[in-house]
Design a protein around this ligand. Structure first.
Ligand SMILES: [Zn+2]
Length: 239
């Protein structure tokens, strides 16, 4: 049996193409995952801002309630003060009213600060929503682009696989058996080209015996890596 080297070269080229296409088919979905992860981060950002806004609003409401209660109490104290007879009692109530008014003044400032903070957070929520929407659109674009690319790569891969099958069917039986035994596991590593000096895959030196077998186009496996050897195109033949 003589090995048809041009046929083997073609098969090897097609196996390499399939390996390359498979690698690209594997990488595609990862880009979608990266975009989705970025979008999730923007969702988390927005939730943080919204949460902060809710807490600030609750705190402002609480303080406003406290303020109103204390104002009512001040009114009560003023009415009470109108009815007292002793100077001492009058002074005591006056001091208490002054203390409550002081406390309310501090509280009013705090409420004002919180309301300003809420305004700022409202703007942050709008910004976060814009960022999220932009990221969502970006994810959609990436998904569409990658899915289109995947479909193209898949049809290219199918086309190459068909071409490969056609060429594989032309292999002589003995070679075909060995080839098919390993190609499922090793893919393009089933085959290795050689310049008759070293194996193109593992760079093991080619022995004179192997060299002459190759020149006679016999079926030879590399003794080191086990690949089916074939002579590289345009290799000058000895003798
Ligand atoms: Zn080898």
């Amino acid at each position: 049996m003589q090995v048809d080297y041009p046929l083997i070269r073609t098969i090897h080229r097609l196996l390499k193409q399939i390996a390359d296409l498979d690698e690209r088919l594997e990488k595609g979905p990862r880009q979608i995952v990266i975009a989705q992860r970025a979008e999730k981060a923007f969702v988390a950002d927005m939730e943080t801002v919204k949460d902060s806004r809710i807490k600030s609003k609750m705190s402002a409401d609480d303080k406003q309630l406290q303020l109103a209660e204390r104002e009512a109490r001040i009114e009560d104290l003023k009415i009470k003060r109108n009815g007292v007879s002793s100077n001492k009692e009058f002074q005591l109530l006056t001091d208490q009213i002054a203390a409550d008014e002081q406390a309310n003044s501090v509280l009013s400032d705090e409420i004002l600060e919180l309301l300003e903070k809420i305004d700022g957070l409202d703007a942050d929520v709008v910004k976060a929503q814009e960022n999220l929407e932009k990221s969502h659109q970006e994810t959609k674009k990436v998904e569409e682009r990658i899915n289109q690319e995947m479909a193209n790569l898949q049809s290219e891969s199918d086309r190459v696989a068909n071409e490969l099958k056609m060429h594989e069917s032309q292999l002589p039986a003995e070679l075909k058996n060995e080839y098919q035994r390993v190609v499922g596991k090793r893919g393009e590593e089933t085959l290795a080209e050689t310049d008759l000096q070293t194996c193109g895959r593992c760079f093991q030196m080619i022995s004179p015996q192997t060299r002459s077998e190759l020149v006679m186009q016999q079926f030879v496996l590399c003794k080191s890596c086990g690949s089916i050897l074939y002579i590289k195109e345009n290799t000058p033949l000895p003798g």
